[in-house]
Write a protein that binds this ligand. Structure first.
Ligand code: PRP
Ligand code: ZN
Length: 298
C-alpha cells in the first residue's frame, strides 16, 4: 500500500521549509504537520511527505528513496560534484525552478582584510560546508587554497583562527555582518528547485507527479485572490455559484447566440482554487479562466 504512495522530501527546518509547505498546501495537499515526525501522510492525496535535513535530499532523490524533493540548487550541485568525484551516479531531473529560497554561495573575509580579487586567496585557508563547489571554483580561477571542511558555524572560523576566509551561503547578509565579515565574491546563485528521481516506473505515480507539477506552476503564478470567468449551462448557475465560496455576488452575463449558456464572473479565494476548478468542470463549466487581480477596492 504505502509503497504506491508518492514520496516527497522537504527540508525539516530551515530556509525552504515554510515556503515549501506553503506551496504544497496551496496545491491542495492537506498536511498535518507535527514538529518531530519524519513522515506525514497527506490526508486527501496518495502522498507522503518526509521531513529531512536539506543536505540529505539530493541523495534520497538520486537513490530513488523518494520520488520528489524540494531543495536548493546549491545543495543539488554540491552533492552532484561530490558524487562525480567518487564515481557515483548523480542522476535526477529538475522539474521546476521555484521563486523562493534565493541565496548565494559567496566568499567572505573579515572587514579588516583587503580583498581585491580571488587571487588574494592564494595559499590561504578557506572554511566552508561546500568543499566541492568551492574546489571547482578555485580550480576554474587557478587559485590554490586549503579548503577547511566544516559542517556548521562556518562564519566563526576566521575569528576562531581556523581559516583566513569563508565560503558560505548568504541570504540577507545578517550572519556575515554579525560576524564582522564582508561578502567579497559570489561563486553561485541559488534558489529552491523541485527535483525528481531519474525514473518513475509506476504510471499512477507519474500521473500524480504531472498533476502536482501543473498545480505548482499554477501556485507560482498566483497571488492571493483570483478573478474567475467561465461559461456554464444556464440551469447550473446556482450550483456553480455555490461552488465559489468567498465570492460576493458573482456576475451572470448572457452569451451572444446561446440560450443554454451564460458567462459567470466571480472573485474567489485561492485556497479553494484547484478543487473548485475541477468541480466547476464537472458541472459543465467550460472556458474556465482564473486571472490574477492587480488591485482591489471594496
Ligand atoms: C546559511 C548560512 C548562514 C545563513 C546566512 O545557513 O550558513 O548561517 O544561512 O543567511 P543570512 O545571510 O540571511 O544571515 P542555512 O540556513 O543554509 O542553514 P544550514 O546550513 O543548516 O542548512
Ligand atoms: Zn543545510
Amino acid at each position: 500500500m504505502s509503497e504506491k504512495r508518492l514520496k516527497i522530501a522537504v527540508q525539516k527546518s530551515g530556509r525552504l521549509s515554510d515556503a515549501t509547505l506553503d506551496v504544497l498546501k496551496r496545491c491542495g495537499l492537506r498536511i498535518n504537520q507535527s514538529k518531530n515526525k519524519l513522515i506525514t501522510h497527506v490526508k486527501n492525496m496518495s502522498i507522503d511527505i518526509l521531513f529531512v535535513r536539506d543536505d540529505d535530499i539530493p541523495g534520497l532523490v538520486m537513490e530513488g528513496v523518494v520520488d520528489l524533493g524540494f531543495v536548493g540548487d546549491n545543495i543539488m550541485q554540491e552533492v552532484s560534484l561530490q558524487r562525480a568525484k567518487f564515481g557515483e551516479q548523480a542522476e535526477f531531473r529538475q522539474l521546476i525552478s521555484l521563486d523562493y529560497g534565493n541565496c548565494r554561495l559567496s566568499i567572505a573575509t573579515t572587514e579588516e582584510d583587503v580583498f581585491t580579487s580571488i587571487k588574494d586567496l592564494e595559499g590561504t585557508r578557506i572554511a566552508t560546508s561546500y568543499p566541492y563547489s568551492l574546489g571547482r571554483y578555485l580550480d576554474e580561477q587557478g587559485v590554490s587554497a586549503k579548503i577547511v571542511h566544516l559542517t556548521g558555524s562556518v562564519e566563526v572560523a576566521p575569528r576562531a583562527g581556523l581559516a583566513d576566509a569563508i565560503c558560505d551561503l548568504v541570504s540577507t547578509g545578517v550572519t556575515l555582518e554579525a560576524n564582522g565579515l564582508r561578502e567579497d565574491e559570489v561563486i553561485l546563485r541559488s534558489s529552491a528547485t523541485l527535483v525528481q528521481r531519474p525514473i518513475i516506473e509506476d504510471e499512477t505515480r507519474q500521473e500524480l507527479i504531472d498533476r502536482l507539477i501543473v498545480r505548482i506552476n499554477g501556485v507560482m503564478q498566483a497571488k492571493e485572490s483570483k478573478y474567475i470567468m467561465l461559461h456554464a449551462p444556464a440551469d447550473k448557475v446556482d450550483a456553480i455559484i455555490d461552488l465559489l465560496p468567498g465570492s460576493e455576488t458573482p456576475t451572470v452575463l448572457p452569451l451572444a447566440g446561446s440560450e443554454q449558456q451564460v458567462a459567470i464572473h466571480a472573485v474567489s479565494k485561492e485556497t479553494v482554487f484547484w478543487e473548485t476548478m475541477e468541480s466547476l468542470k464537472q458541472l459543465g463549466g467550460s472556458s474556465i479562466l482564473v486571472l490574477p487581480i492587480e488591485k482591489m477596492l471594496a
